[in-house]
Design a protein around this ligand. Structure first.
Ligand SMILES: NC(=O)N[C@@H](CC(=O)O)C(=O)O
Ligand SMILES: [Zn+2]
Ligand SMILES: [Zn+2]
Length: 427
């Protein structure tokens, strides 16, 4: 007995969509029938009437924070994966800045076991580049790979030493693994909460300059060239980073990059006041940087969209902008935001957006998900492109409520998420 998803609308080229009936058997998409054909015999099967909703491959998010172990008051693997499912994601890659950090085989196993028993979507862990994310000593890359990590990163902080980064890249390259980098030079940041721009100037605040990110991007591109490693840049936010990555790609360096919805939609000029729900790392930059990120995504300089889902408790975010931690939640608003602001407005095609959140992340990281095809894993998401609804943090499955998008009227809400043939979210 299988599941027939009837009357689904599948993305074609550009904005084209085609009606399809899809049969899921076990963990696999068994058959895809043309919607023009007669409704298949569904006797003995479960039926889901998609009623013309969009059916996409399950969304993939290669940059998320699940907070477990150690920060369960912010999020757990149980709540974080439910939040992901509610946002239409079926595969997520979690960052190792937990407590303890994911720098040993034991912590990798802990996360994978928890994800297996308490998670509802597929969780792929990253391991740390350096022990404790302290930047002093490399972790055991071979052992972490063996335990199941998909790459190495010290996300949350930049690797400050060029020699340390070069050693990490050389080792990762030798075992065919990628380095995923949070790009930030600490000496240029020192305690600032917002970017150097109109908002910081207006309020007389010290700002985070664009070079704090781009200096690492430039350095690491050179180190990637020297070592041959696949170098992936986290949460790109500046014009300068986009330019450096574009040039690196032109000369064949193995660099890929990601961008978050908030860096495509918000600039520092949108920050309403001293509200820590607008504080994230990297910070919101100038409108010019936002434009550069959009152009970078459009011309392929930036390969994929990620959320950098970074939940924090209300109490932590209420400490005032100086003391509050950096980060905003992302799973449950990502697709509706980008659909409403870029696809519904005609700026991007539906195919472009869906590819950036499914097929391309799978390609960049060599993963077997991200497409809908007979014989492939049944990771699927149904999305309602019509109904308009306001962003309401109280409706989030995440423990985190820290979003700057409260009250935004959006379309494109996921209504059903299936992982390996199993429904894990149904609105
Ligand atoms: N993005 C953020 O603002 N915060 C992240 C860390 C990170 O992604 O660098 C976090 O762990 O809270
Ligand atoms: Zn980061
Ligand atoms: Zn992050």
């Amino acid at each position: 007995m299988g599941i027939w998803i009837l009357n689904a609308s599948v993305v074609g080229t550009g904005n084209e969509r085609a009606a399809k009936h899809v049969l899921v058997e076990g963990q696999i998409v068994a058959r895809i029938l043309d919607g023009g054909a007669a409704i298949p015999d569904t006797t003995g099967h479960t039926v889901i009437d998609a009623a013309g909703k969009l059916l996409t491959p399950g969304l993939i998010d290669m940059h998320v924070h699940l907070r477990e172990p150690g920060f369960e008051h912010k999020e757990t693997i149980a709540t974080g994966t439910r939040s992901a499912a509610q946002g239409g994601f079926t595969t997520i890659a979690c960052m190792p800045n937990t407590r303890p950090v994911i720098d040993t085989v034991e912590t990798v196993k802990y996360v994978l076991d928890k994800a297996e028993t308490e998670g509802v979507v597929r969780v792929l862990p990253y391991g740390c580049i350096t022990k404790g994310e302290l930047g002093r000593e490399l972790t055991d890359f071979d052992a972490l790979k063996e335990a199941g990590v998909i790459g190495y990163t010290d996300d949350g902080v930049g690797v400050q030493s060029a020699q340390m980064m070069k050693d990490a890249m050389a080792k990762a390259a030798s075992i065919g693994m990628p380095i995923i980098a949070h790009c930030e030079d600490n000496t240029l940041v020192e305690g600032a909460a917002f970017s150097e721009g109109a908002f910081a100037r207006k309020h007389g605040l010290k700002g985070i300059p664009n070079e704090s990110e781009a200096i690492h991007v430039g350095r690491d591109i050179l180190l990637s060239e020297a070592t041959g490693v696949h170098y992936h840049v986290c949460h790109v936010s500046t014009e300068q980073s986009v330019r450096l990555i574009r040039q690196a790609k032109q000369i064949g360096i193995k660099v890929t990059a990601e961008v978050c919805p908030h860096h495509l939609l918000l600039s520092d000029e949108d920050i309403p006041g001293m509200d820590a729900n607008w504080k994230m790392n990297p910070p919101l930059r100038t409108p010019r940087d936002v434009q550069a990120c959009i152009e970078g995504l459009l011309d392929g300089t930036i390969d994929i969209v990620v959320t950098d889902h970074a939940p924090h408790s209300e109490e932590e975010k209420a400490r005032g902008v100086q003391l509050a931690p950096f980060g905003i939640v992302g799973f449950e608003t990502a697709f509706p935001l980008l659909y409403t602001k870029f696809v519904a407005t005609g700026a991007w095609t539906l195919e472009f957006l869906v590819d950036k959140m499914t097929k391309l992340p799978a390609e960049v990281f060599g993963l077997p998900w991200g497409t809908i095809a007979e014989g492939k894993p049944a990771d699927l998401t149904l999305i309602d492109l019509e109904t308009e609804r306001e962003v309401d943090p109280a409706s989030f499955a995440s423990k985190g409520r820290n979003t700057p998008f409260t009250g935004w009227k959006l379309q494109g809400w996921p209504t059903l998420t299936m992982v390996d043939g199993k429904v894990v979210y149904n609105a």
